[in-house]
Design a protein around this ligand. Structure first.
Ligand code: C2E
Ligand code: CA
Ligand code: CA
Ligand code: CA
Length: 278
């Protein structure tokens, strides 16, 4: 890239080779990481805007590499998708998150978050029998299906094969379906007619500019109207400031998630003071 001019002298092709080599290395290390317990799951609160209650949490995977340090899921999830390891890693994340939800329920009772939201990638969704995997995790952990939300993206749903049927099967089990990064795909609205959806996660890109009158606010308003009209829950993603929270609340959003309310952590504080909302 231009910004490296004069610093690096590698050709474009050799940079691609380096990236490919790096990915192959990551792939090999990921196998070992699974076996030696280097992955962790952290939880980010999703709060009710009217009262600041933490109503659910989103499970997000972390990789603590022994020498590289923290590796972002943005880097390793695509690699795990490619080499198929996401199937095993994803099942582990699902078990871990569901088991955690049950522990909180036992420990905290009513103060526990109502729902656990887990990201599912294209490859997992395309795997035959994925709904059975979810059913057996629920049975094994004892978590009620209504306490689980599965987050899918448009790309994952249109990934081909049995994905649409799998989403329907999950919904039949009583699991809630969330459309992640809503509004960023090619057919976000069309998808609402294709699969059963309970939750719309309105992408951060629409939240970012919301306090400046303009396109973002118009789109965010349209999305909450769609959500309300269809009887869905809308979650505004990536809320970083009190001003954004206030504006979303004003536009009719009831649920939000973002650094303003809490970062993803291993043990969110559910018993402490209510999150300052607006
Ligand atoms: P996502 O599902 O859209 O998750 C939201 C991402 O936004 C998370 O990044 C979260 O930490 C970050 N985030 C939350 N609030 C804010 C905010 O206020 N500002 C900003 N700038 N960022 C915020 P993370 O954990 O790095 O994950 C990135 C992506 O990696 C996720 O995007 C998801 O696509 C994927 N991912 C993470 N964990 C998992 C997992 O367990 N399974 C699968 N399949 N994918 C995962
Ligand atoms: Ca998500
Ligand atoms: Ca998202
Ligand atoms: Ca995203």
């Amino acid at each position: 890239a231009a910004k490296h001019a004069g610093v690096r002298h590698r050709s474009h092709q050799s940079e691609l080779d380096v990236v490919a080599g790096e990915q192959a290395l990551l792939a090999a290390e990921m196998r070992a990481a699974l076996d030696t317990g280097q992955f962790r799951v952290v939880y980010q609160p999703i709060v009710s805007l009217p009262d600041g209650r933490i109503v659910s949490v989103e499970a997000l995977v972390r990789w603590e590499h022994p020498t590289r340090g923290f590796v972002s899921p943005v880097e390793f999830i695509p690699v795990a998708e490619q080499n198929g390891l996401i199937v095993e890693l994803g099942a582990w994340i699902l078990r871990t998150a569901c088991a955690q939800a049950v522990m909180w329920r036992n420990e905290l009772g009513e103060a526990a978050p109502e729902r656990m939201s887990v990201n599912v990638s294209a490859r997992q969704l395309a795997e035959p029998g994925f709904a059975d995997v979810v059913a057996s995790v629920l049975a094994w952990t004892g978590l009620g299906a209504r306490h689980l939300i599965v987050e899918v993206t448009e790309t994952a749903v249109f990934g081909g094969g049995q994905t649409v049927q799998t989403v329907k099967d999950l919904h039949e089990l009583g699991v809630k379906i969330a459309l992640d990064d809503f509004g960023t795909g090619h057919s976000s609205l069309g998808l609402l007619q294709t699969i059963p959806v309970d939750v719309l996660k309105v992408d951060k890109s629409f939240v970012d500019g919301i306090t400046m009158a303009g396109r973002h606010a118009v789109i965010a308003t349209a999305l909450i109207q769609v959500s309300n009209g269809l009887g869905l829950m809308a979650v505004a993603e990536g809320v970083e400031t009190a001003e954004q929270a206030a504006e979303l609340h004003r536009l009719g959003y009831r649920l939000a998630q973002g650094y303003h309310f809490g970062r993803p952590v291993a043990e969110p504080d559910f018993t402490g003071a209510r999150v300052a909302v607006v």
